[in-house]
Design a protein around this ligand. Structure first.
Ligand code: FE
Length: 214
């Protein structure tokens, strides 16, 4: 997967490959087909595993980063200055050459991440990207009409709130730090992490309230 992101850059840290398989993707596809035909694997079981990584296992790393950021001002500071190092200190590291930047939601500004050219995603903290993140409608419309896209995710932001859209590249991946919900003063990091959804770290959602998480 990293191979297609090296060399042939267009100055953006990308090159165009939206409609073609990378070498790795083609090999994985071929393996899946052979193993399925031989009756060795069930594609539905693979889908279930992928789904688990997308929604459950992967994003838990990011949730721990956010919970620590909410609880520990020194860590929040570090994350703001050098997200790559702060995140690595928790044991979550990217591939060689990738850097992380954390963007913090505030009462004035909401942050949204996208990769307009392909599907660059902070996999070390969020796991595998959801299908919609890789789909052309999200990639094109997140930039042109972020407010409309968020509304489709059920997130209606007040008109006065600014939306900043961050375009990920092979070299730089973003993590949204959602605002800490009200009524969470007494919670420890583990309880806080349970409020941090995957979508809240992409910017297509907010962190859950303690009532909603129950
Ligand atoms: Fe990309």
């Amino acid at each position: 997967m990293s191979k297609h992101h090296r060399g042939h850059d267009d100055g953006h840290g990308h090159h165009h490959h939206a409609n073609q398989f990378t070498d790795m993707e083609a090999r994985v596809k071929a393996l899946e087909t052979v193993l399925t035909e031989k009756g060795l694997i069930d594609p539905a079981a693979i889908d279930a595993i992928v789904e688990t990584y997308e929604t459950k296992i992967g994003p838990r790393n990011g949730a721990r980063v956010v919970a620590k950021t909410w609880s520990d001002p020194d860590f929040a500071d570090w994350l703001k200055r050098d997200a790559t190092a702060a995140i690595a200190s928790l044991g979550f590291t990217g591939r060689q050459g990738e850097h992380m930047r954390a963007v913090f939601n505030t009462p004035d500004t909401h942050n949204l991440i996208v990769c307009t050219l392909c599907s660059c995603y902070p996999w070390a903290v969020l796991g595998l990207p959801p299908v919609w993140y890789k789909a052309p409608p999200y990639r094109s419309r997140a930039v042109i009409d972020p407010r409309g896209v968020l509304a489709e995710f059920g997130l209606e932001l007040p008109g006065a709130k600014k939306i900043r859209v961050w375009d990920s590249t092979a070299e730089l991946r973003y993590l949204v730090v959602p605002e800490r919900p009200e009524g969470t003063a007494g919670l420890d990091e583990e309880a806080l992490a349970a409020l941090v959804t995957r979508d809240s770290m992409i910017g297509t959602g907010l962190a859950l309230s303690p009532e909603a998480a129950r």
